[in-house]
Ligand binder design. Sequence first.
Ligand SMILES: [Zn+2]
Length: 364
Amino acid sequence: MRLAIFLALTLLTAATSVAADVGKDNDASALARKGTAAIEQRRFGDALDAFTRAMALEPEDASFCFGAGVAAFMLGQDDVAQSRFERALTLNPDYLEAAVWLGDLHYRAGRVSEAIAIYKMATRRDARRSDLEAQLATWSKEQELHDRFREVRTEHFSTFFESLSDEPLAQEAAERLEHAYSRVGATLGVYPSERVTVVLYTREQFSAITRLASWSAAAYDGRIRLPIAGTSQPREELDRILSHEFVHAVVATLAGRTAPAWLNEGLATVLEPAGSEDAEAPLAHARAQPDLSKRHQPFVDLSKGDAETAYASAARAVRRLIEQRGASAIVALLQDLGHGTPFASAFQHRIEMPYADFAALARN
Ligand SMILES: [Zn+2]
């Protein structure tokens, strides 16, 4: 969600700490410069490799550990990322960005109390970051709320809800998710082995916790979050939303956090049970669309109207990919991304055409 901002902050930090090292100009700082450039260009495999080698040369440098942590986090290697951020903080307890990323990592894994503990430590050390205080307040409220939640457990999902009167809705959501698991699994040939957490909120709780635009129908940030508590959802709409968010969970298991938004959202939309024809309807009246390469960042900050056309053009692009190369090519592409291959190379390899050509074609 807020990765773009985090990334920008990080690069600034990494660039500064590397610049301070230029005088020495030993191999480790040259590697760290390579790693920073690789993160900027979203070549996370190269970045992890460069920072890991820099760490081996200078194990006491916290910024090398941090760079390795960022690259591993983006690749979805959360265990590696966690240990690198923790190491950076051991070496330099005042390393605020390492604390921010570690807290975010815990939060996305559903470990809210760990996330809170890390942020509390960070705010004690640096009182200037009022944004961290605001995030802490939101997380504390969320934790209080979750302490009251009940759980419906099915084979692949844990579905949490607050009010007893929502138990039938939670049961139904869980059953429909199991159905989506089989249906999407059969289409993609991918069956996530880790249990997926699903949380039912009221619209107010959802807005307070996710801080997403009011047009958001749901969210996935490591957990599927749904603003449907206390409502009765038409079956087709519930199926559509659950399937859409589950596909985001599948993309995360394959590609970590590396998939461009258009591919992630397009795949989730195309695999909705009702198909993507309706989803593409907004394009009939829309102006020419931006190049797909401008659609790599999450759609969360777009206006409702822009978001509609962004989802529609993403769906159309992914439908074309599936028609041309099959769903298995998209799965292979996502796996390549998760293994650290840069997007344009993975695209060329799996789709057998240059990404720039496809991105330009997809404009109309
Ligand atoms: Zn989505």
